[in-house]
Design a protein around this ligand. Structure first.
Ligand code: GSY
Length: 171
């Protein structure tokens, strides 16, 4: 069994519903156990700015899947939620990315772990530190908390904690 951390994001339609559905799909997978969810954050878009705010969160799982198999399952969940990605870095219905897969560094076509640029993004590190503040990121040699503290204030100010999966609906 391996642990993994997965980033979830949505900025089209009912964003909280897409995130909730993704967590439910993950919980239903026989190869996935002990799913723990961070709060949801409302976040300013990074990259292409002229789009709606995102909802982002992170889940921790235990899995018997190899990383590439897990990636395939995440892509199936994206499709089940009617994934639309209008253009590169643009709006999307649901995005699921593997951030960390145990202590492994993986470089396959279509799958790089730890997720490249995760150390630059408050929309990843803020929810991840709720679940794994002390976790050392392979290749960087620093903990999630240390990486979060090194983010520029402008980046940290771009994320707002909303609450858990149920509460996020009401805000
Ligand atoms: O990398 C995932 C998609 N994405 C996001 C995102 O999930 N959240 C925010 N705030 N900005 C983003 N830009 C891209 S691309």
């Amino acid at each position: 069994m391996k642990y993994a951390y997965i980033a979830l994001g949505s900025n089209i339609g009912d964003k909280a519903a897409h995130l909730r559905a993704a967590v439910a799909h993950l919980r239903a997978l026989p190869s996935v156990h002990d799913v723990q969810a961070s709060s949801i954050y409302e976040t300013v878009p990074v990259g292409y700015l002229n789009q709606d705010l995102f909802y982002n969160m992170v889940v921790a799982i235990q899995t018997t899947d190899a990383a590439d198999v897990l990636l395939g399952r995440l892509q199936e969940i994206e499709q089940l939620e009617g994934r639309k990605r209008l253009f590169k870095n643009g709006p999307r219905t649901l995005d699921l990315d593997i951030l960390l897969y145990a202590e492994e560094q993986i470089d396959l076509e279509g799958l790089t772990v730890p997720h490249p640029r995760m150390q630059e993004r408050a929309f990843v590190l803020a929810p991840l530190r709720e679940l794994a503040a002390e976790q050392i990121v392979p290749g960087l040699g620093q903990s999630v908390e240390q990486l979060y503290e090194q983010l520029p204030e402008s980046e940290r100010n771009g994320v707002r904690q909303l609450g858990g999966l149920l509460e996020a609906e009401e805000q």
